[in-house]
Ligand binder design. Structure first.
Ligand code: ACO
Length: 434
């Protein structure tokens, strides 16, 4: 907080507005009373320059390519931590002492199974359903199975928050694996009680009643890293959606189901799928990437280099740097030689020599290499956005909790109305038929 002010002149009226300064020096003009003082509102289509809250969870400096969860650099967390520990960190604000981490793990592990009656829901979905549609519906329906945790009574929900959070972190993964198997007419595989979070997910995806899938350590590690790197990214579209829905008082299950719906779009969580499809097209066309880069420079939105550029990062996305290395490591460990990785490396090298990309500060983002890793570990393209949802769950939970604790008011943006002025109703018999 700061005592500094900004002065705004609107025609002949001058008003003073307070400045809010964050712990990393980010500065905002507090316009909450602008309308009372001047009758005007601020206009910011898409909220690209609007701070919607004050948050202690994640810091991003897009110009310098910095990402920190609760103050810890993403590079350190990627190297020394794992997804569940990072989930605890995001939700509780501090790294867990050993006994807390054990209890947290136990709660997640103990909540992996799905109630029998919930299993029946799956038989109602046609098997060409998109896994994101199934996942959002099933996460929302969890509220019916845990009414005591979904009471829409904030103080009760906050008192039981950790239990609800662990149910969601655990079951989102089980439901994701079930949606994968349901689409393929495969029987559901029950979770194990003695394997890690990621290995359990891979077991529920790939084991068969007659043969257990046992994840290799490198595969477990790679998946951990992907989930950890997606765990939060401050006020992105899906997280803002979770906060928006929660601001009306909705419970955790309903709010995070809304986050899954928001994530589904190709401009948000769906971009990782677009990257892999692009690499595959380049490969199938026998292009070495040169033609694709030339086309991307045309400015045509349909021809963009997918996995390049970011609304916030105007530098190399730090997550992409980590995943590029992981991508090479995991392919090496599995003895795979994926031609799509060669194309991705060539594309990056070529693009970063081009003034078009450099002058616009377009660098690889998190989606550029994550798809190749997921493909290497056997996750099909239609599950990519689902993987993102599993990873982002702790971030959504942390933001729900932060908003609930801050007793944030209901989110209700204003608008500039540009429709018809007032006009009189015309009865149907008096309306001309075109
Ligand atoms: N390929 C070619 N040109 C691009 C690309 C790209 N990937 N991205 C931006 N540009 C160009 C634009 O044409 C524009 O050029 P101009 O100034 O000549 O008009 C300029 O760069 C700025 O583009 P904007 O769309 O204004 O940039 P913005 O920061 O708003 O967009 C976005 C960011 C949407 C991510 C964009 O870079 C893009 O479409 N990238 C490809 C899709 C993608 O990878 N999305 C995943 C993002 S990460 C995530 O959501 C997890």
């Amino acid at each position: 907080m700061s005592s500094a002010n900004a002065t705004l002149r609107i025609q002949d009226q001058e008003i003073t507005l307070p400045l809010i300064v964050g712990s990393e020096g980010e500065c905002a003009i507090d316009i909450r009373h602008l309308r009372d003082q001047t009758g005007t509102i601020s206009y910011d289509d898409g909220y690209g320059n609007t701070g919607s809250c004050q948050s202690t969870i994640t810091f991003i400096d897009g110009d310098r390519g910095i990402l920190r969860y609760r103050g810890y650099p993403i590079e350190q967390l990627a190297e020394h931590s794992n997804f569940l520990e990072v989930a605890y960190l995001l939700i509780h604000g501090e790294l867990p002492p050993p006994s807390h981490l054990r209890r947290f793990r136990q709660l997640v592990l103990g909540n992996a199974a799905i109630q029998q009656s919930m299993l029946h829901h799956f038989s109602g979905f046609p098997n060409n359903s998109h896994p994101m549609a199934m996942l959002s519906a099933m996460v929302n329906s969890l509220g019916c199975f845990y009414p005591q945790l979904a009471s829409n009574d904030r103080s009760r929900e906050l008192a039981q928050f950790e239990e609800a959070a662990c149910i969601l972190i655990s079951k989102v993964r089980t439901l994701a694996a079930m949606s994968y198997r349901m689409k393929r007419d495969k029987p559901f595989i029950h979770p194990k009680t003695n394997v890690s979070y990621c290995s359990n997910f891979l077991h529920m995806m790939f084991s068969e009643p007659y043969a257990d899938y046992v994840a290799r350590e490198e595969v477990d590690r790679a998946l951990n890293l992907i989930l950890l790197l997606h765990a939060d990214h401050e006020q992105n579209c899906s997280t803002s959606t979770v906060r928006m829905v929660a601001s009306g008082g909705a419970n955790l299950f309903a709010s995070t189901a809304a986050g899954i719906c928001a994530l589904w779009g190709p401009a948000h969580g769906g971009a990782n799928q677009a990257v892999l499809e692009m690499l595959q097209t380049i490969h199938d066309d026998g292009d070495d990437g040169t033609k694709f880069i030339e086309a991307a420079k045309s400015g045509d939105k349909q021809k963009r280099l997918m996995g390049f550029g970011h609304r916030v990062y105007k530098n190399y996305d730090p997550r992409a740097k980590i995943l590029k290395k992981q991508c090479e490591d995991v392919l090496d460990a599995l003895g795979l030689n994926d031609p799509l990785l060669d194309i991705a490396l060539r594309l990056e090298e070529a693009a970063l020599r081009e003034d078009y990309f450099l002058s616009r500060k377009l660098y690889p983002n998190v989606d550029f290499y994550s798809g190749i890793i997921m493909r290497a570990i056997g996750i099909p393209v239609d599950m990519f956005t689902v993987m993102f949802a599993i990873g982002r769950m702790p971030g959504w939970l942390a933001h729900w909790k932060e908003l609930a604790q801050a007793k944030s008011p209901i989110h209700r943006p204003r608008q500039i109305y540009t429709g018809h002025p007032a006009r009189d109703f015309v009865p149907v018999e008096n309306r001309p038929d075109p």
